[in-house]
Design a protein around this ligand. Structure first.
Ligand code: SF4
Length: 299
């Protein structure tokens, strides 16, 4: 920007600040109104974000990293590793771009795209504070959800922030052996200490925690899985969100049958654990996290 004074440009440069915006590399819309965006970044990397309209709710699911280091077995992004963290500007720009392209005021935000949000903690919290700020997007923290695969130090740090954001934990298994296999993060942060950190979050913030549980046929949808999950969560101020598995190309996993999904939900509800089955959105799109980028790369 040569119309800015040289001194200011030097200061911006020294502070590592840049002025720019994400470019839309690809955009896929589904008949139900869901739109997946693949955004291009300055260094040639790409990230995905998703717009999900639902009556008067306008939600954006945004990414926090290019790729992801966590290697969850059922996730396309996890198979390609981490490239880098996103900057605060790149996080916020996904939200601004989608709001502008869709011509809507967004009502809800979810850090659940590519990457593990709590491994890019500082940039994420700074973005949330800007989103909260009346001079920023002026959106209340209660409308923002952070979804983590279970980084315990990040959960504890978030508890200290007293931000009132919604915390969602990608649990996906109710015993350590199975979770170790599906989600390598569990070897470092096993289920019991993770739930202890969640309980701390609940007590300190008064907020309910959501547990995401993707149902995979014959893997984590068996009677013993429901029993284990009930044993872990009974009495906790929580909500379970059951997600029908979205097949990843090349993955041996299959989605649970509709009757198994409904049986699993009924078991949890019978144990007074509030449970819902996630409404499927954009199923004609390249679906689960990481798959739009995979398609773009010709995989
Ligand atoms: S599910 Fe989430 S945490 Fe796990 S590899 Fe995929 S993007 Fe990373």
């Amino acid at each position: 920007m040569t119309n800015l004074p040289m001194e200011l440009r030097n200061q911006l440069d020294k502070a590592g600040l840049s002025i720019g915006c994400l470019t839309v590399v690809e955009r896929e819309a589904a008949p139900d109104g869901t739109v997946k965006y693949l955004f291009g970044l300055d260094d040639g990397s790409t990230v995905e974000s998703v717009y999900l309209p639902d009556d008067d709710r306008h939600t954006v699911c945004f990414s926090t990293q290019v790729g992801c280091p966590m290697g969850c077995l059922f996730c396309a992004t996890g198979q390609n590793g981490l490239t880098r963290n996103l900057t605060t500007g790149e996080i916020i720009d996904q939200i601004l771009r989608i709001s502008k392209f869709q011509g809507v005021t967004l009502t809800n935000l979810v850090a659940m795209g590519q990457g593990e949000p709590l491994l890019n903690y500082d940039a994420l919290i700074k973005a949330i504070r800007i989103i909260n700020d009346p001079k920023g997007l002026s959106m209340g923290a209660r409308r923002i959800t952070i979804s983590t695969c279970g980084i315990i130090p990040g959960v504890l740090k978030l508890t200290e922030e007293q931000l009132q954001v919604n915390l969602a934990i990608s649990l996906h298994a109710a015993d350590d052996d199975l979770r170790n296999r599906l989600m390598p993060v569990n070897k470092k942060y096993p289920i019991v200490p993770l739930l202890k950190a969640c309980q701390e979050y609940i007590e300190r913030t008064g907020r309910r925690v959501t547990f995401e549980y993707t149902l995979i046929d014959g893997i984590n949808d068996r009677p013993q899985d429901a029993a284990n999950l009930i044993r872990l969560l009974r009495g906790m101020l929580c909500h379970v969100n059951l997600i029908p598995f979205n097949p990843v190309p090349g993955s041996p996993f299959r989605r649970s049958t509709p009757s198994q999904i409904h049986w699993f939900a009924a078991e949890l509800n019978r144990a007074h654990i509030e449970t819902t089955i996630r409404k499927e959105r954009g199923t004609t799109l390249t679906a689960a996290c990481g798959q739009l980028q995979g398609k773009f790369r010709g995989e």
